[in-house]
Design a protein around this ligand. Sequence first.
Ligand code: PMP
Ligand code: GLN
Length: 384
Amino acid sequence: MSSQISIHSKLPEAGTTIFTVMSSLAREHGAINLSQGFPNFDLDQDLKRLAQKYIEEGFNQYAPMPGNPLLRQRLAKKMSSAYGTSIDPDTGITITAGATQAIFTAISAFIQPGDEAIIIEPAYDCYAPAILVNGGIAKSYPMLAPANQVDWQKLEELVSPRTKMIIVNNPNNPAGSVFDKADLQALEDISERNDLIVLSDEVYEHLIYDGLEHLSVLGFPKLRQRSIATFSFGKTFHATGWKMGYAVAPEPLMREFRKVHQFNVFSVNHPIQKALADYLEEPERYFSLSSFYQRKRDFLQKALSGTSFKPLQCSGTYFQLYDYSEISSLDDLSFAKWLTENYGVATIPLSPFYINGTDTKLVRICFAKTEETLAAAAKKLQAL
Ligand code: PMP
Ligand code: GLN
């Protein structure tokens, strides 16, 4: 006789992520996959060679827990030139298994049962579950349509004595919006006034368009003192499958972060860290990204300009939002599935980026694709 196992789920509401759902549907229907955010072109041959070199040279055992020292030094140098800030590579940077692990570790290190964390919606999908798993409560602030701006005074009204953290994502996935100086100053004031930790997800730091400049929390001295910033090599070097990223924080916050990190993953891929350290030597490799992706954004917008898909402002990330309300009255999830099954193009509906599933009649298109792929998808969508 088999005995029954009792399971008390920590994430009773969680299903499979929308990225996995839509990528699977694309495969099943042979559709062009503009849903999940990853490039369909290869990374630089030089970076591949470096990875192979360090595997061959035998860097195949554990890396130091916080990460390879040379990689951390090079990152400190990069951040000093990009944000005019001085980061101690020994105490202020930890290399992680992608930004996802950095985010989960940061939330686990600071959110205790009953604590509240504010998230700004639409929000990337990994924040709320990480808060929940740690016994916290996610309180959502909806950005203002159609430009996806934040009214910081309204946001501050959500702060209660139990609020410990505010999570921001700049540039924002999926909205494509970016913060200006007034946003960062408001964030600095609110977090100081209410003694909050800021978790700033900046994985798209180098994907910013139309001459705008990325403003990192690291460039605001008082804000930096209470922030953990997270980054992803996957986004910057077209290598999402490597799952490599890093977290930056002042020493008192980083000490707590590492207490969790060492038991969560301990350390991450050693030969790849060596390769990235060398590859970072040429700043052009990341500073050229904005013009590279801006061309793709413009190519996509032009290709769809004759259709009834209406683009929203996209100032950063490699995602473009489209309003489909002139085409269909279906809810966004049904529309995205219908489009995949009947027109052979997979997109991402926006409702999974809201805790209560708000349907804004928008879909997200990933333009980190070759022009041939974007043109082929546009051709299919022109038939609508
Ligand atoms: N944050 C945002 C906003 C993202 O879009 C992603 C996904 N790429 C991540 C974090 C996770 O990054 P990584 O793949 O490095 O874990
Ligand atoms: N960040 C990617 C996106 O927004 C997805 C990563 C994932 O599949 N978890 O599409």
